[in-house]
Design a protein around this ligand. Structure first.
Ligand code: CP
Ligand code: NVA
Length: 339
């Protein structure tokens, strides 16, 4: 049976680390003008990767199509207006048919159960390209970004060069409890990173999801921790990185007015960081697309603090590492590290 990537929970800490380090290495190689190893750059030659997206996408679409092309494959984008799914054909029938003709399948869905059902009935690896619960491709890009920005500093401080070297970093998430947060939190615990989460009481993490996040295991000597609060300044205390996402995810548009009201006081600003006592050199991250209400222009466009453009570009390198791990190497990831 093929191995799928539906959430960061599907990866061991070592596998997650390997994917991030492979993404890092491929980025270095290609950006310095060198080529990927011939066997990798032709690994999907003559093969097709299906991309069924039932929601809009800029980053996930562009990064996936680009990564498939760089391995010599053909990405086939199938928007919700293009195929029979949901109108004339069931998810089961669609899963059997599409997977019989392609080598891998990236699916952007609403309910997470949809991508789980595709995976259950697909004969090829299925990669979650965003569901209502998880966004693993984003998380891999996010930790690649954190690795690039923080690892070198920590090596200078005399840390041991093992894994990603991010143990003890603190992420503060201020905003909605959503798909992007859940995989970020799971990865944090797997990598020994602390994550402190502030959401309004009315929009806190559902208890079953919090249990799933807390069940993430780590192999780092000092485990990461997760704390939750309803007070934004409390979450940012001592944080290295402040992170947020939209307050109105795709599919929640009808809740917009109520959400904007519920999230008053949760905008990430310089004042919030100061009031809460974030670390002096704190950085800002956001998966994008961004709206002004969740982060001020001052923070979002602050070239010294904001990592958002690097984070977006890193989606390409994350997609490449995921294709390599799940499609080219058929899910055998651990020990394939190049970094
Ligand atoms: N961050 C992200 O997944 O963006 P898109 O919705 O544009 O793919
Ligand atoms: N939470 C957002 C992420 C978009 C990339 C959404 O689900 O719409």
């Amino acid at each position: 049976a093929p191995r799928h990537l539906l959430s960061i929970a599907d990866l061991t800490p070592a596998e997650l680390t390997t994917l991030i380090l492979n993404a890092y290495t491929h980025k270095q190689t290609l950006k310095s003008g060198l080529r990927l190893h011939h066997s990798l750059s032709t690994s999907l030659s003559g093969k097709t990767v299906a991309m069924t997206f039932n929601k809009r996408s800029t980053r996930t679409r562009v990064s996936t199509e680009g990564a498939v092309a760089s391995l010599g494959g053909h990405p086939m984008f199938l928007g919700k207006e293009d195929i029979q799914l949901g109108v004339n054909e069931s998810l089961y029938d669609t899963s059997v048919v599409i997977s019989s003709m392609v080598s891998a399948w990236f699916a952007r869905v609403g309910p997470h159960s949809d991508v789980a059902e595709i995976a259950k009935n697909s004969s090829v690896p299925v990669i979650n390209a965003l569901s209502d619960d998880f966004h693993p491709l984003q998380t891999i890009a996010d930790f690649l970004t954190i690795h690039e920005v923080f690892h070198a500093d920590r090596m200078r401080e005399g840390a041991q060069n093992k894994g990603l070297g991010l143990e003890g970093l603190k992420i503060a998430w201020v905003g909605d409890a959503n798909n992007v947060l859940y995989d970020l939190a799971i990865a944090s615990l797997k990598l020994g990173v602390h994550i402190s989460i502030a959401t309004p009481k009315t929009h806190s993490i559902p208890p079953p999801m919090l249990s799933l996040i807390r069940s993430s295991t780590t192999t780092t000597p000092t485990p990461g921790t997760i704390t939750t609060t309803n007070i934004p300044s409390e979450a940012v205390h001592n944080a290295d990185i402040l992170v947020t996402d939209t307050w109105v995810s795709m599919g929640q548009e009808h809740e917009k007015a109520a959400r904007l009201a519920a999230f008053q006081g949760f905008q990430i600003t310089k004042e919030l960081a100061e009031k809460g006592g974030a670390k002096e050199g704190w950085r800002f991250m956001h998966c994008l697309p961004r709206k002004k209400e969740e982060v001020s222009d001052e923070v979002f466009y602050d070239q010294g603090r904001s990592l958002v453009w690097r984070e977006a570009e890193n989606r390409l390198w994350a997609a490449l590492a995921v294709l390599e791990g799940f499609v080219v190497n058929r899910g055998k990831i651990e020990g394939s590290g190049r970094g």
